[in-house]
Design a binder for this molecule. Structure first.
Ligand SMILES: NC(=O)c1ccc[n+]([C@@H]2O[C@H](COP(=O)([O-])OP(=O)(O)OC[C@H]3O[C@@H](n4cnc5c(N)ncnc54)[C@H](OP(=O)(O)O)[C@@H]3O)[C@@H](O)[C@H]2O)c1
Length: 308
């Protein structure tokens, strides 16, 4: 198939593009940066210089490539430092999830592109009730103040893509780790700068980055329209995974801080992630996409990441 990958140089795209090429797909891959084009060509793709927020350019390039499938992996998370004010640090990512998505959907409609696969994130899970959510569970009706726009942007992707594309697939990724993904986490855990807040009862769903790329590759061909959780099979509380990761790194155990201090140090969003977040079940993706994570648990995945 002809596949048009936006965000092709990002944490996920750089694993996805070669995997698509190996499968025999004809890949057009976008970047805003001419200097990155050669890397995309070396990976076997036809590079295109494109800003996802430039609607006319998006439509023109998609029409020129005439893809069967568009993959939307555009975010602007690389320059992110603190999550104290998510709506501020996610502003460009939010625009890529709203305007950027709409631009690609308009282009898909004009080019007759059948399938659109778009990136979402598990943070939209409600933070009450059962500890592990499926795609049928309601999303967070009471988002943390300061993260409302970020959540609204995620919901925009989840609601418009399945509705507007002929075959609209949304992949709600767990937290990435692995080669080239979230290396900052290793750094802060090593330096004991990521404390356990409250009881560390927030449930996290992780996904190793090459497993996330493999799920995306599967979703290019498989699966009915809708939302899919792309996470490993071992949702776990922060109180389990954080000390485990510190142990693997040979670091001292994480500091423990009460919620009020966590709020002061890291802000409400991180407090929610550490104390009340819910995990995500991967059952639907494993059943319907024909995909299995290589690392079923972050335990063995973290070990490979740290020793790699
Ligand atoms: N679920 C998760 O946990 C999750 C999801 C995503 C990312 N992350 C983490 O966030 C960190 C950074 O992610 P990342 O490396 O993927 O970087 P990123 O800065 O989020 O960029 C992702 C991609 O989006 C593209 N992009 C950005 N703005 C664009 C625009 N206006 N138009 C078109 N394309 C645009 C970039 O392409 P060019 O710069 O080449 O134009 C890049 O390929 C990593 O540590 C990663 O693990 C986590």
């Amino acid at each position: 198939m002809r596949v048009f990958v936006t965000g092709a140089t990002g944490a996920l795209g750089r694993h996805l593009v070669p995997a698509l090429v190996t499968e025999g797909h004809e890949v057009t891959a976008t970047t805003r940066t001419p200097a990155k084009a050669e890397g995309l060509r070396a990976a076997g793709a036809a590079p295109v210089i494109l800003d996802g927020l430039n609607r006319d350019a998006v439509i023109a390039e998609v029409l020129a490539a005439a893809p069967d499938v568009i993959v939307h992996e555009m975010t602007a998370l690389a320059s992110m430092r603190s999550l104290r004010n998510p709506d501020k640090v996610f502003a460009t990512t939010n625009a890529l999830r709203t305007q950027g998505t709409d631009n690609l959907l308009a282009a898909a409609a004009q080019a007759g592109t059948r399938r659109v696969v778009a990136q979402s994130y598990v943070s939209a899970n409600a933070r009450t009730g059962n500890l592990v959510k499926t795609e049928d569970d309601p999303v967070d009706a009471d988002p943390v103040p300061g993260a409302r726009q970020a959540l609204a942007a995620i919901r925009h992707v989840e609601e418009t893509v399945p509705r507007a594309a002929q075959e609209g697939i949304v992949l709600r990724y767990g937290s990435f780790y692995g080669p080239g993904a979230s290396d900052v986490l290793l750094d802060v855990v090593r330096k004991r700068q990521w404390p356990l807040i409250g009881g560390g009862t927030g449930i996290w769903s992780f996904i190793e980055i090459t497993d996330a790329a493999a799920a995306t590759l599967a979703a290019v061909s498989n699966g009915a329209p809708g939302v899919y959780n792309i996470a490993d099979s071992d949702p776990a509380p922060a109180a389990e995974w954080l000390p485990y990761l510190a142990g693997l790194l040979g670091a001292k155990p994480p500091l423990r801080v009460p919620v009020w201090l966590g709020r002061l140090l890291a802000g409400e969003f991180i407090v929610a992630q550490m104390t009340s977040a819910r995990g995500s079940s991967n059952e639907k993706a494993r059943k319907e996409l024909g995909w299995e994570p290589r690392f079923a648990s972050w335990r063995e995945g973290f070990r490979a990441w740290v020793s790699g």
